[in-house]
Design a protein around this ligand. Structure first.
Ligand code: SF4
Length: 122
């Protein structure tokens, strides 16, 4: 028996609600509700390998600015969010840090770097 999953496409401000139909083998057999092909591309990616930009804070060695906001410079698989948190929890940075500086290179072999989202002055 086929099952359905619903997604909101974020491809444009219309925000179409797209229904994905999946057969018993987990294969996608239909789309409904999208007003263009971008909706199919988006929900297919969300179904097969959802990705998100990872955001967090890392501890610093500066007690006056104890936390520094960081993010990945490209999206990573959503399934790696918890492991990514563990990596940044073990990370501590010393000033100075400038926006865009690489804090953790190649996070979990994803090819994405964790970079500073803010400056940390010395
Ligand atoms: S399906 Fe097309 S029209 Fe609808 S929200 Fe996505 S990009 Fe926009």
């Amino acid at each position: 028996m086929a099952t359905e999953k619903r997604y909101i496409c974020i491809g444009c401000p219309l925000g179409c609600e797209v229904t994905l139909t999946i057969d018993d083998a987990g294969e996608v057999v239909g789309f409904a509700g999208n007003k263009c092909k971008e909706g199919e591309r988006y929900v297919l990616a969300e179904y097969k390998n959802p990705v998100r930009t990872f955001t967090a804070t890392v501890r610093t060695r500066d007690s006056s600015q104890p936390l520094l906001a960081v993010r990945t410079n490209k999206p990573i698989p959503k399934t790696l969010q918890v492991e990514s948190m563990k990596v940044v929890a073990r990370t501590k940075v010393a000033p100075p840090v400038r926006i865009g500086d690489v804090i953790v290179p190649d996070l979990l072999n994803t090819g994405a770097d964790v970079v500073a989202s803010a400056n940390l002055s010395s």
